[in-house]
Design a protein around this ligand. Structure first.
Ligand code: KIV
Length: 273
């Protein structure tokens, strides 16, 4: 019996993503946290699925991304990986599992890769976590960086407003992007920064730059899937384009079901044994 699965679907790799940047083809990326959603997103043809620590907000109802644990991230990632046939799957290393020291960072990355079967990890920050990134990469684990508004540092920032509007922070962000590139990251997410600065970063580094609230002059875009499908409702930042109103659709479906049950209309004869 062969251990290799036969499939005609060509998987996305870090190499594919680099080639896409090279030929100017935009990279599409969305989050997913469970088997069913990952199957829909992958089947639709997304390039990268991020098992984001935003699961802490949209799946668990926490106010920030800080409380989610390594075990919970691995549970979400494992469910996503089971559904995915084509997309490149990246998993956020949760808060407190890589910033302390590089050995802990390596241990965390290896746990995620081994236990979930994902393809890469994502970490937030620049020069401060360079050693951790280098250590993870030394084990052959691809690393995606994340600069700008980094939600794991929300209590340092104090607000979710646009980052790097001032020259000093913008210069640090550019320097950090170069550090991530030199360290060997395969891509960088830029969150909620001025479009002009994001463009400058995408032109400066040779690796793909994926934006969320960073304008159109970067190599790709990422959104939280529950936000773009209109499942979450209160979160409506300027950068969010809502492609569906699933909360209304789902609410109406549930209301119709309740009505049918109460009216003894469900189940009918053909729905019974
Ligand atoms: O956790 C997440 O969903 C993210 C995206 C916002 C990039 O990091």
């Amino acid at each position: 019996m062969s251990v290799h699965q036969s499939s005609n679907i060509k998987r996305i790799t870090t190499h594919t993503l680099q080639e896409m940047k090279g030929r100017g083809e935009k990279i599409s990326m969305l989050t997913a946290y469970d088997f069913s959603m990952a199957g829909i997103v992958d089947g639709a043809g997304i390039d990268i699925i991020l098992v984001g620590d935003s699961a802490s907000n949209v799946m668990a109802g926490h106010e920030t991304t800080l409380p989610i644990t390594m075990d919970q991230m691995i549970y979400h990632a494992t469910s996503v990986v089971r559904a995915v046939k084509r997309a490149f799957v990246v998993v956020d290393i949760p808060f407190g599992s890589y910033q302390g020291n590089s050995s802990e960072a390596l241990r965390s990355a290896i746990r995620i890769m081994k236990e979930s079967g994902a393809h890469a990890v994502k970490v937030e920050g620049g020069s401060e976590i360079k050693e951790s990134i280098t250590r993870i990469l030394s084990a052959g684990v691809p690393v995606m960086g994340h600069l700008g508004l980094t939600p794991q540092s929300i209590y340092k920032f104090g607000t979710y407003t646009v980052r790097a509007k001032e020259e000093e922070e913008a210069n640090k962000l550019i320097a950090d992007a170069k550090i991530l590139e030199e360290a060997g990251c395969f891509a960088i997410v830029l969150e909620k920064i001025p479009a002009k600065l994001a463009k400058q970063v995408a032109e400066t580094v040779s690796i793909p730059v994926i934006g969320i609230g960073a304008g159109g002059d970067v190599d790709g875009q990422v959104l939280v899937v529950h936000d773009m499908l209109g499942i979450t409702q209160e979160f409506k930042p300027r950068f969010l384009r809502q492609y569906a109103d699933l909360r209304t659709t789902m609410t109406e479906a549930v209301q119709n079901y309740i009505t049918d049950v109460k009216a003894k209309d469900f189940p009918n004869e053909s729905e019974s044994y």
